[in-house]
Design a protein around this ligand. Structure first.
Ligand code: SF4
Length: 335
């Protein structure tokens, strides 16, 4: 039986509702691509709002990395207009087709996903955002039918599901993430070293917010390897997290936030499309240690604990999408 998009499934316990914190309308991800027809419609009314890059039609960002439609109050100026692109409606969802049906995943860069009292996510809430231009579900990823767990060893989907369920139970029960992942961070990298990777990220001086996330991630790697780092850095998405903090008086446990992030990272199976679970565990353990370092540094600056972890997760999730990180994973010596 091939992988399929239905029935739609959410990970039990996943919580999300858009509170309009506005991070998703900045360069925390690619703003687009929009379809050629969406691009033409937007350009007809807002000539400079669209650009072409690498064969894609994108929403143009301002110098501060925000979409040109993002208002000072953090709202989308075309929210109620038919011009609002499908890709904006879709964020922060991801749809992975599996043998059981479509798994709905969520990005954790967004404080609407990580902070505050969010309602449980229901598939019916996410479904309209997951439809493509023809009104059919649009799939982002197709999970392999057998899952690679280590070098040269794959298991059936049913065997993987049982193993995954055991991991999720431990994460839900509040077991420390590091113990559930049960592997050391910073696996050996062929033809390179973690401090070299740290310097490369820390030196990213491009004028975008995601480059600041790279700098923080680079600092985390360097500090965790005993290398000197800068004494301060600008924070990439402070404005969005300011808004999130204002709307969320309640404190969430940073450990629970980390567990929620890791559970979704496992659930989406994005890792299974590029390597084994052994590689995924080591990669996640690495970014967990970086997130803890960033969160501790933000706490030391006086940041509220849950916000510090939410910002740390945004930073390490962002760096996981970078070309540098993809190149690193290709050189990791692990099964
Ligand atoms: S068009 Fe609106 S929703 Fe989309 S990125 Fe811009 S401000 Fe955000």
């Amino acid at each position: 039986m091939p992988v399929r998009a239905r029935p739609l499934m959410v990970r039990p316990g996943a919580r999300f509702a858009c509170a309009g914190d506005g991070l998703c309308c900045t360069d925390a991800h690619l703003l687009g691509p929009v379809s050629p027809s969406e691009g033409r419609a937007i350009r007809a009314e807002h000539e400079s709002a669209i650009l072409r890059e690498g064969g894609m039609v994108l929403l143009r960002t301002k110098r501060d990395g925000a979409c040109s439609f993002l208002t000072r109050g953090g709202r989308c100026a075309i929210h109620t207009s038919p011009l609002k692109p499908r890709t904006c409606h879709r964020y922060p969802f991801l749809l992975t087709a599996t043998l059981d049906g479509g798994r709905i995943g969520t990005d954790h860069r967004c404080p609407c996903r990580t902070m505050g009292a969010r309602p449980l996510l229901r598939a019916s809430d996410a479904e309209p955002a997951l439809l493509g231009a023809g009104g059919r579900l649009s799939v982002d990823l197709r999970a392999p039918e057998s899952i690679s767990v280590s070098a040269g060893r794959s298991v059936s989907w049913a065997t993987w599901r049982a193993r995954e369920a055991a991991l999720m139970t431990r994460l839900d029960a509040g077991e420390r993430v590091e113990s559930v992942l049960d592997t050391a961070p910073f696996p050996e990298v062929r033809d390179g070293s973690w401090p070299q990777i740290g310097f490369e990220l820390a030196d990213d001086d491009r004028p975008m917010r995601w480059a600041r996330a790279h700098q923080w991630a680079g600092d985390a790697i360097l500090a965790l390897h005993g290398e000197p780092i800068r004494t301060s850095r600008p924070r990439p998405w402070c404005d969005a997290f300011d808004r999130a903090q204002r709307r969320t008086p309640e404190l969430l446990s940073p450990d629970a936030m980390l567990a929620d992030w890791i559970a979704d990272a496992i659930w989406t199976l994005e890792w299974a499309t590029r390597g084994s679970f052994a590689l995924a565990r080591a990669e996640l353990a690495t970014r967990v240690s970086m997130a803890r370092w960033v969160a501790a540094r933000l706490e030391a600056e006086g940041t509220r604990l849950d916000r510090a972890m939410a910002e740390a997760i945004a930073i390490v999730e962002m760096v996981g999408l970078s070309e540098t990180w993809t190149a690193v994973l290709a050189r990791v010596s692990i099964g």
